[in-house]
Write a new protein. Structure first.
Length: 168
């Protein structure tokens, strides 16, 4: 039994030594990779800092040169003419927008004055709030001709009706 016990402990000692050797090798690899990463990072940031110090506009010029090569989508940036073309953008058709469809036709009696201030007013209709100015066109009222503020709620004159505010 003592012979088998010593064989067993020799095998265990051998495998423990192999595990220790493998762990030391992996530690060396991790240290080597960490050192490489440190040296490369330091070199990169040193080079970028030196270039920025010697020529402050270097990276801006690179960026601008690259932007000039890229085709810019006018819908994405909201422009139809490139800078430096020398020509004014042509007037095009308006972009389509969703249209509100009401299940009823608005009439002048559907509106009430919420607030009048200066030459602007807020009107309320069923389910909607309108911000209007002189010259605005409102369905059911037509073109707004005049807006007058007063102590009793104000006055909004339109083509189809005149709205009076409620005194408060």
């Amino acid at each position: 039994m003592s012979a088998s016990a010593t064989t067993m402990s020799a095998n265990e000692a051998g495998s423990a030594a192999q595990r220790l050797r493998a762990a030391t090798q992996s530690d060396r690899m991790v240290r080597l990779l960490s050192l490489c990463l440190f040296v490369l990072s330091t070199g990169f940031f040193t080079a970028v800092t030196a270039i920025s110090y010697m020529d402050p506009g270097y990276f801006d010029r690179l960026l601008m040169a690259r932007m000039a090569e890229i085709e810019i989508d006018p819908i994405a940036v909201g422009s139809t003419a490139k800078a430096g073309d020398g020509e004014a953008p042509a007037e095009g058709a308006a972009l389509p927008v969703p249209e509100l469809v009401r299940p009823w036709v608005l009439r002048p009696q559907d509106f009430s004055i919420v607030m009048v201030y200066g030459h602007e007013a807020h009107l309320a209709s069923p389910g909607e709030l309108w911000h209007i100015q002189v010259g605005s066109t409102v369905p059911g009222l037509g073109k707004i001709l005049a807006i007058e503020a007063s102590k009793d709620g104000g006055l909004v004159k339109a083509e189809k009706a005149t709205l009076k505010g409620m005194p408060q």
